[in-house]
Design a protein around this ligand. Structure first.
Ligand code: PMP
Length: 430
């Protein structure tokens, strides 16, 4: 990659700053398993998996064969007006896995579209445009989803078609209730929800939308049971619960198939994307049939549920289930969390290690306090890369290292990543 390649990227593609993720940016040209190779021939262990799009890993024979078989038919797409067999099979499977009663699926191409669809359904079903979201949330980059994003760095527009109120709950580390016990934290957040409902809404709110673990917000992980407490309050008002499972779905959190399952409640709707296609563009909403059927007018997506994406996604979902990748995420997630907490105990720059399964955040602070330390996160990003490991960086203050490798991760690879992270965090601690 030359400087002129970067300049062309900078001039032609929005947003221009993305090409600066690393001081010496990379171009991935090949990938196998959990490893990616850049245009300079350097190979990395991928602990960010294309921002969690690669649930299984790269170049999986079963998925390649399914996509190839579809390619061989000559039908990349026809029209979602016609019957697409794989789409139906995939919808049935997702409806069943959702645990939602009488569930139906609407397919989209992305998480943003999935959440836009959920907003459309909830507001229409409840005849209200009032939405509750969590502080520090991220749900996408279209007009409605930007309106429910509680993170200033990603709120590109303050104009919104929905009226949103934000509640506490997602980002515990920097909340006023950070030092509370789990039970007291949940009680304080539930009180806040009641207060927000009474003071900032007219009561007839359409839905509360939440990520079970906040992704863009720095893998912020609320205590189990929080959304159970929320649901009791929502039910008193007939308010729907939407779980944004774009990052937490498909077993990534290890202990459960859906992130919301940790809270002992079934949401009315779930949205999904990313990992389902293992790199192919697919997303969707799964919801109770009566909610899905509330639209009077026709609603269709030209590409949502297309033959290529659904063939690949069906193969990916089968693979994920057949190989118990959820179990692997639980086992290796525990190992990584324990190892990172040990590293954290030895380094003042680590303020918080959190997450579940293969979705782990390391919040970096100035030693001795909790002040965010974004430069330390940049050091970890660069030092891990120099040692052959790709990780993510993010969070409200851009000071959180995010780890989310493919769920086929091996024990050896987890060990290698821990060694490298130990060295990189040590370098950032100086
Ligand atoms: N919801 C969550 C929780 C996400 O993390 C993201 C993407 N980072 C989205 C929605 C939007 O998905 P997409 O980028 O596929 O539109």
């Amino acid at each position: 990659m030359t400087e002129s390649d970067l300049l062309r990227r900078h001039r032609a593609v929005m947003p221009d700053w993305l090409s600066l993720y690393y001081a010496d940016p990379i171009e991935i040209v090949r990938a196998r398993g959990r490893h990616v190779t850049d245009s300079e021939g350097r190979t990395y262990l991928d602990f960010f998996a294309g921002i969690l799009t690669n649930a299984i890993g790269y170049d999986v024979a079963e998925i390649r064969d399914a996509v190839q078989a579809q390619l061989d038919t000559g039908v990349l797409h026809t029209s979602t007006l016609y019957l697409i067999r794989k789409q139906v099979e995939l919808a049935e499977q997702i409806a069943e896995l959702s645990g939602i009663e009488n569930a139906k699926v609407f397919f989209t191409n992305s998480g943003t579209e999935a959440n836009e669809t959920a907003l459309l359904l909830a507001t229409q079903y409840r005849r209200s445009n009032q939405i509750l979201a969590l502080r520090n949330s991220y749900h996408g980059r279209a007009f409605g989803t930007l309106g429910i994003t509680g993170n200033h760095g990603w709120s590109a527009s303050s104009l919104s078609p929905v009226k949103v109120s934000y509640v506490h709950g997602g980002y515990r580390y920097r909340s006023p209730f950070a030092r509370f016990s789990d039970a007291d934290y949940i009680a304080a957040c539930a009180d806040d929800l009641r207060d927000v409902l009474q003071t900032t809404t007219s009561g007839d709110v359409a839905a509360l939308i939440a990520e079970p673990i906040q992704g863009v917000g720095g893998f912020a992980t609320p205590p189990d049971g929080l959304f159970g407490a929320f649901k009791e309050i929502l039910d008193e008002h007939g308010i729907l619960l939407i779980s944004d499972e774009v990052q937490t779905g498909w077993g990534r959190t290890g202990e459960h198939f859906w992130g919301m399952d940790a809270h002992g409640v079934k949401p009315d709707m779930m949205t999904f994307a990313k990992g389902l296609g293992n790199g192919l563009a697919i997303g969707g909403v799964v919801a109770r049939g009566e909610i899905m059927d509330c639209l009077g007018a026709n609603s269709i997506s030209t590409f949502g549920g297309n033959p290529m994406s659904t063939a690949g996604a069906k193969a990916a979902l089968d693979y994920l289930l057949d190989h118990d990748l959820q179990g692997n995420a639980a086992k290796l997630g525990d190992r990584l969390l324990a190892g990172l907490r040990e590293i954290g105990d030895r380094h003042g720059v680590v303020g918080d290690v959190r997450g579940k399964g293969l979705m782990i955040g390391i919040e970096l602070v100035h030693p001795g306090g909790t002040e965010p330390n974004p430069p330390a996160a940049t050091v970890v990003l660069e030092e891990t890369k120099a040692r052959g490991l790709l990780v993510g960086k993010g969070g409200l203050h851009n000071n959180v290292i995010r780890l989310a490798p493919p769920m086929t991760l091996t024990d050896d690879e987890a060990g290698q990543a821990l060694d490298i992270l130990g060295e990189a965090i040590h370098a950032a601690d100086r």
